[in-house]
Structures are given as structure tokens and as C-alpha cells.
Ligand binder design. Structure first.
Ligand code: AMP
Length: 287
């Protein structure tokens, strides 16, 4: 595995590979790897000749009161884990490489960036779209791999890629979870023991809601109500939102039909956890 720090170096290696007809899979990350990240690398390696992983904690996607400076970082450990996953290239650019002096350009995927998490993290998806657009231009992969855990990020980045004609395929990889159901996240290390013990309620509530939807419940208000009640009953988490929206559009739904994204964000102390499930509602209105 090669660790590359400059755009010029990365581009020269990748253009040589492309010249040989090799395909490139790309996994953008902020590092501090867990099995969620590794599952994206595994897929990329399986489906492409070369797997490129980037690690960059992007300051533009953190709000002024968010955890940018304390976000967990451990490049040595990450490099060992990536190597075990047979990653070919780990791209670790510095701030100067990504945002040189006088950097001015941002990408704003309007409307859908201000829904759900966007309401609580203004500017977040603008930062995400900007860094991913830059990385796509630098790496020029055939396929980019994203995790379903960040469902809104997937919708925003797919829209950006479509609107701006990025010649990339996007593959979405299922959420990897702890044994008790909690979605793996670099931020789980912030949880106290008591918060960690309560956090699995999020996925339990989502799973029960999915079951109810499959049994025919098609009123979004009932689903949102049932999830919210469980979270309040079994944890001290503070709900930011629980929502049922169109899985491909993020459009708010009153009656559930088609591919529905049930998503939530809950804070435990200062730690914000998100999770979601996608449910196909085939026969709406049985209840
Ligand atoms: P991050 O380092 O948090 O920016 O995440 C990098 C990529 O890993 C994103 O595409 C995430 O959606 C994905 N990811 C994070 N957590 C998980 C998880 N538990 N399961 C699957 N993918 C994940």
C-alpha cells in the first residue's frame, strides 16, 4: 500500500494505472476506521482493480460549535487497517493541499441539503459536496463507495454527481452495526458507558417501525410517534428529528408508499448519533 500526500503524485500513479486499462474504486473517509469503513474498502477491492481511500477531516463540513478539533484521528492505526484490507493507495492530503490560499469555491446542492440533518448542521452538506467534488476530480474513479448509514449524504452526493455530470458510478454499502445493533461510527468513542448502553434503542426502534410498516401501517405520523416514544422511554437521548421521507428524494411523506427512508438523529450529551432504515411499502393502507 502506498501512502500519498500530494495531488500531483496521486494523479501520476492513477493515470499510469488508467493507461493500463485498470479500474479505480474510491472510498472517501475522515479516517479513524471501523468495520463500516472496511466494508466499503472490501467492496471497492472486490469490484475494481485499484482501491483508493482518502483520509481528510474536512474543516468545511463542521459547524463552529461542532467537534472538528476533537474528531478522533489515528493515521498509523488507519494505515495498518487499510493495508490489511488490501487497499492500494491511501491518500492523506493536508489542508494546504486541499484548500490552498485564496480558495473560494463551494458546491451547494440546494433544497435537499437543508432538510433532516441539514437543519441542525447548516453548511454541513455544502462542505461535504465541495470536498467530494474536489476528490472526484483528483481521483477520477470509476466507482465511488458510500455508506447507507449517512443516507442524506448519499442522496446529496448522487444529486451532485448527476447535476454536474461527474462520470462516476456510486455504490451504496449497507450499514455495519455493533452486535447490539448500534451503527458503527467514529463518534461512538465519545459516548459514556451509560450512553453507550442506551444507544442501541435507536436501531431497535427503527426495526420495530419497519416491521409495523411491513404489516401495513402507512401513516407517517404513527411511525414517527412510535419511534419517538421508544427513544424517550428507554434513553436519555434528545431527539433532533425522526422522519419518514422518500428514499431517493428526501421528500417528506404523510402516507407511506414505495421506497421509504425512516431516518433519525438523536443527541446523547454532546454526541449526535444518526441512523436509518429503508423500507419498501408495497401494499399501503392495510391498516
Ligand atoms: P466518515 O469517515 O464518517 O466520513 O465515513 C466515510 C464513509 O464510511 C461514508 O461513506 C460513510 O457513510 C461510511 N460509513 C460510516 N459508518 C458506516 C457504517 N457503520 N456502515 C457502513 N458505512 C459506514
Amino acid at each position: 500500500m502506498r501512502i500519498i500526500k500530494t495531488i500531483k503524485h496521486l494523479k501520476s500513479i492513477l493515470s499510469a494505472a488508467r493507461g493500463k486499462g485498470l479500474t479505480i474504486g474510491f472510498v472517501p473517509t475522515m479516517g479513524y476506521f471501523h468495520e463500516g469503513h472496511l466494508s466499503l474498502m472490501y467492496r471497492a477491492k472486490k469490484e475494481c482493480d485499484i482501491c483508493v481511500v482518502s483520509i481528510y477531516v474536512n474543516p468545511k463540513q463542521f459547524g463552529p460549535k461542532e467537534d472538528f478539533s476533537r474528531y478522533p484521528r489515528d493515521i498509523k492505526r488507519d494505515a495498518m487497517m487499510a493495508k490489511k484490507e488490501n487497499v492500494d493507495i491511501l491518500f492523506i492530503p493536508s489542508d494546504n493541499v486541499i484548500y490552498p490560499n485564496c480558495y473560494l469555491t463551494c458546491i451547494d446542492v440546494e433544497k435537499i441539503s437543508s432538510l433532516l440533518c441539514g437543519k441542525y448542521r447548516p453548511g454541513h452538506f455544502k462542505g461535504v459536496a465541495t470536498i467530494v467534488a474536489k476528490l472526484l476530480n483528483i481521483v477520477a474513479p470509476d466507482i465511488m463507495y458510500l455508506g447507507q448509514k449517512d443516507a442524506q449524504q448519499v442522496v446529496v452526493l448522487k444529486k451532485m454527481a448527476a447535476d454536474l455530470n461527474f462520470p462516476v458510478n456510486i455504490r451504496v454499502v449497507p450499514t455495519v452495526r455493533e452486535e447490539d445493533g448500534l451503527a458503527k461510527s467514529s463518534r461512538n468513542v465519545y459516548l459514556t458507558q451509560a450512553q453507550r448502553a442506551q444507544a442501541p434503542v435507536l436501531y431497535q426502534a427503527l426495526k420495530s417501525a419497519a416491521k409495523r410498516m411491513r404489516a401495513g401501517e402507512c401513516r407517517a405520523s404513527q411511525i414517527v410517534g412510535m419511534i419517538s416514544r421508544s427513544i424517550k422511554q428507554y434513553s436519555d437521548g434528545k431527539i433532533q428529528y425522526v422522519a419518514c421521507v422518500g428514499a431517493d428524494t428526501l421528500e417528506p411523506l404523510k402516507m407511506l408508499k414505495g421506497k421509504v427512508l425512516v431516518a433519525l438523529s438523536v443527541t446523547f450529551g454532546k454526541t449526535r448519533l444518526i441512523d436509518n432504515v429503508i423500507v419498501s411499502v408495497k401494499n399501503p393502507g392495510k391498516i
